[in-house]
Design a protein around this ligand. Structure first.
Ligand code: GGG
Length: 370
């Protein structure tokens, strides 16, 4: 009999829109299987808002009391948001996902990129190991703001201004996280994405803060690259990368491009972290709601499942969790099951197969049980 103390975690489960509703059950299937094997104590709070369906009914993405409903949870497990034919994308995004990131100060968006055995790679002559890096995306400021305005609307003189925000706190904390992550990895190499030759105020500031911080990490090699050549090198020289740190917009673009270079964005997970644990962190696939394939049952659930593994790993690192080791083993078991299924099948259409979403979910869940 196991008598060690157990900590229970509350998880808000938010499927959202489109294929978010199809991949979420597979994520939960795998978490349930691994929770049983490793005796993890997890309680779900199922949320049916933060979706365009809810917007259709109520005129907003979330209820007025959204924060008390989920703010005490230990983590948010999120599917996807957006249905542009019904709700403009900036309305659905700012009304849900971006609100969570900002209100819960999830200032790190950690996005692993990896080429797996068995996954067809669109880049010539690449093997697993050639693509294995992290994108660290700044997640609460930068180019993602609602600051700006329009003048002379509808006239020839129409004028639109969009502001970016780079605070010292916001810039330094994401750089610090990236340097620490690079420090923890064998290659100790950090790429800093910039565009200071064209964006002549915020990006020179970003470079300046990165240079200052580099002085505190003499063991790390730092490579500053403009975003245009950096994207080209993702395709042409992916082995160069170990940890890449980028502003909100550049990080968003890089973290779709990276997984596309490694076969499919259907595999790409993400962790929106409040590393200080003052608020819940959020775990979601990088992909969106994909209205074009919704309803066909062919979405790849691996990104959702891998995001669940990242969530368990993060929860297990909670200093108040006496059985964190079990959470880390649960993470490792999920990742190993994902590796096996990607190598041997079944495969969804984005991986060149004909399997259905639930075929992959069931195969991974079976493997994590043993
Ligand atoms: N699962 C993530 C999702 O629904 N993403 C939609 C999207 O457009 N996200 C933009 C962003 O991550 O900033």
């Amino acid at each position: 009999m196991n008598t060690s103390p157990r900590k229970s975690f509350d998880i808000a489960v938010i499927p959202g829109d489109g294929i978010g509703k199809e991949v979420m059950p597979e994520g939960l299937r795998v978490i349930d299987a691994v929770a049983e094997r490793f005796s993890l104590d997890l309680a779900y709070r199922h949320i049916d808002w933060a979706s365009c369906d809810y917007y259709d009914e109520t005129g907003s993405m979330m209820p007025p009391d959204w924060r008390p409903q989920i703010g005490e949870c230990d983590a948010l497990y999120f599917g996807a948001v957006g249905w542009p034919a019904r709700v403009p994308d900036h309305v659905s995004l700012w009304g849900s996902l971006l609100k969570f990131r900002r209100d819960f100060d999830q200032y790190i968006n950690l996005r692993p990129v990896r080429l797996f055995e068995g996954v067809p790679c669109p880049l010539a002559n690449r093997k697993p190991g050639d693509i294995d890096f992290f994108v660290v995306r700044e997640n609460t400021e930068g180019e993602y703001t609602a600051l700006g305005g329009r003048m002379f609307e509808g006239t020839e003189r129409e004028l639109v201004i969009q502001e970016s925000v780079f605070t010292r706190t916001g810039t330094d904390r994401v750089l610090r996280y990236a340097f620490e992550l690079a420090q923890s990895r064998p290659r100790k190499h950090l790429t800093v994405a910039t565009k200071s030759n064209g964006i002549a105020v915020s990006m020179p500031y970003w470079d300046e803060r990165a240079d200052l911080m580099a002085q505190q990490y003499p063991g790390i090699t730092v490579d500053r690259q403009h975003i245009d050549i950096l994207t080209a090198r993702f395709v042409l020289q992916p082995t160069r990368f170990d940890v890449v740190v980028a502003s909100n917009l550049f990080g968003d673009i890089l973290s779709d491009l990276g997984p596309a270079c490694a076969g499919t964005i259907g595999l790409a997970p993400s962790a929106n972290l409040n590393p200080d644990r003052l608020f819940p962190s959020l775990f979601e696939p990088v992909h969106g709601s994909a209205p074009d394939i919704y309803g066909k049952g062919i979405a790849n659930p691996v990104a959702m499942i891998w995001s669940g593994a990242l969530m368990l790993d993060f929860l297990g690192r909670d200093p108040t969790c006496p059985d964190g080791e079990r959470y880390r083993r649960a993470h490792d078991a999920i990742l190993s099951a994902i590796e096996t299924v990607l190598a041997k099948g079944p495969r969804t259409p984005d991986l060149g197969g004909a399997a259905r979403t639930e075929d992959l979910g069931k195969a991974i869940a079976e493997l994590v049980k043993t």
